[in-house]
Design a protein around this ligand. Sequence first.
Ligand code: SF4
Length: 381
Amino acid sequence: MKISFAHIGYATMAMERLLQDLGHEVIPPLQPTANTFSLGAVHSPEFACIPFKILMGTYLEAMERGADALLSAGGRGPCRAGYYGEIHQRILRELGHEPRLFFFWPPYQVPLDTLKKLNGLRGKTSWLQMVRYIKKAWKMMIALDDLEILSHRIRPLETETGATSKAFRQALGYIRQARTLEEIEEASIAGIERLHQVPQDPNREVLRVGIVGEIYVQIEPAANFFLEEMMGEMGVECHRSIFMTNYVRHDVFSRHGDLSARELAQPYLPLNIGGHGQNSIGDVVRFAAKSFDGVIQLAPFTCIPEIVAKSMMPHLSQELDIPILTFFIDEQTARGGVETRLEAFVDMIWQKRALRNAGSRSVFDRAKIPGDRGLAPVSSR
Ligand code: SF4
């Protein structure tokens, strides 16, 4: 079986390792490019959300490179994610491909179905060995998230533009080469050390901006035009609300989602509207409570949960006294446009910071609110 899957940020590496450990020939998904966007857009329904189109393009690229099986997953909540597997497969069939599809729902909803699909994936590997491989992939995911979080902290302080990104890519290379749990641990430590070697100005004043929104456009940097790197190089420390590890904890192995975000959203949006729409509201409240300088909402064009969340952003911005910028992303979005809007936003929040430092009032009572995932690496919590 030659298997591939969607490119999901840096966690792609952990998924690739897991499938290789299980004895499959893996066709590693390519990081989405303009070609992936347009290939997916051509073969998707016009009003499908952009993650659907990017995945469509990624699958077609993988099929062209020889893949005959695909691994995918989706939610069962009130949004299109539940239809991804079915619709992608139909389109691929119409285009003459017949991939074997392993489409996973949240395991707590369909435990038997999950076991059946895991059984299909494990091949000749014993169940016990498969658990060990999953544990190793999980360790790798934690190490990757920790490195990414650290890179977000260091980048705005770097004294040489691009030095953090270079060190980060080297650190990713260490993780890629690690084969055992011990090697992953060592690679993680080496990667953290490498990032700390980046020349920094610890006294530089930086802005802090929270990132909320739909999971795929948050986690996959190619889907948001490497927005966090751009912002870091503008002197902004980004705190993303979703990483792969907290997503797995909150949404894959739990039916409750991120309870703290949902609780914070209650006064504004007491219903789960699918995707991470309710989280987007709760996380804005959290970032405001932590005196962040601003929030960026990343929303796929036509994403219903994020459209609902967006409709509340002007009210939240005013009531919580925090600037919010929403990006609706589709196949027409270009890096230049994103960069220009970011520059304007960053200029504006510097001015607001200056006003705040000069003693202008805040209307929001910053009560004790739980921290976000991005405030500390997993390993230090
Ligand atoms: S959350 Fe939004 S972008 Fe993601 S599948 Fe649902 S509708 Fe599409």
